[in-house]
Design a protein around this ligand. Structure first.
Ligand SMILES: N[C@@H](CCC(=O)N[C@@H](CS)C(=O)NCC(=O)O)C(=O)O
Length: 210
């Protein structure tokens, strides 16, 4: 299997799961800064031109959630639960996350990190205000849910935890307002105890000065 990645939030989820499970993947770095995600060769793997993507023989999978599920199922891991009712619960949180929680966190990452660092533009205060308010609205739902639980589905770590936490490693730099959501903070601190979550990406070879 080959796992195509870059050091950014969506590939982080797939790389973290691969590392956590010890999946037999070859990590292939796609340099977004150099546009390697738009080459015909990569577009044949993921026509969206985005990472992560996974190939396994003739199988091509894109979308971080699907890649996490594929790797977990291949490993027979509880990260992808076996019971139908738990798979439905998991799907609920993945859908909620994409439409609400990480959606607004991703807007803040774009405004505070991507625009200034890669596009030479500053954040738009109106967009920041709106995303901050909406993020807090949905963070309150997660905070309440996590109140009596260790992980999103209860006692067992699943891919929902990796998916929902996707943007949180950038929370400080991207001004994602998680302070005060104490159950979220505790849960994310617990994820940060996992080496695979803290350091999901392969080490990069040092380049030597000529
Ligand atoms: N919904 C996709 C999002 C993938 C995505 O947006 N990846 C970003 C990096 S975090 C990317 O490849 N951006 C390059 C581009 O859009 O040109 C997933 O979950 O895998």
């Amino acid at each position: 299997m080959k796992l195509y990645y870059f050091e950014s939030s969506n590939p982080r989820k797939a790389c973290a799961v691969a590392k956590y499970l010890g999946s037999p993947v070859e990590f292939v770095r796609i340099d977004l800064g150099k546009g390697e995600n738009k080459t015909p060769r990569f577009l044949a793997i993921n026509p969206n031109g985005k990472v992560p993507a996974l190939t396994d023989g003739e199988t091509r999978i894109w979308e971080a959630n699907a890649i996490m599920a594929y790797l977990a199922r291949a490993a027979g891991s509880d990260l992808w639960p076996r019971q139908d009712d738990r798979q439905i619960e998991l799907t609920r949180w993945l859908s909620w996350n994409a439409s609400h929680f990480t959606r607004h966190a991703a807007t803040l990452v774009f405004e505070h990190l991507i625009k200034p660092n890669f596009l030479g533009r500053g954040p738009d205060p109106k967009v920041v205000d709106e995303a901050t308010g909406l993020f807090k609205q949905f963070a309150a739902v997660l905070d309440e849910h996590l109140g009596g639980r260790t992980y999103i589905l209860g006692d067992t770590l699943t891919i929902a935890d990796f998916a929902v936490a996707g943007a949180l490693p950038d929370a400080d730099r991207a001004k994602i307002p998680i302070e005060g959501f104490t159950a979220i903070e505790r849960w994310h601190a617990r994820l940060n105890e996992l080496p695979a979550w803290r350091e999901p990406f392969p080490a990069r070879p040092q380049t030597r000065a000529a």
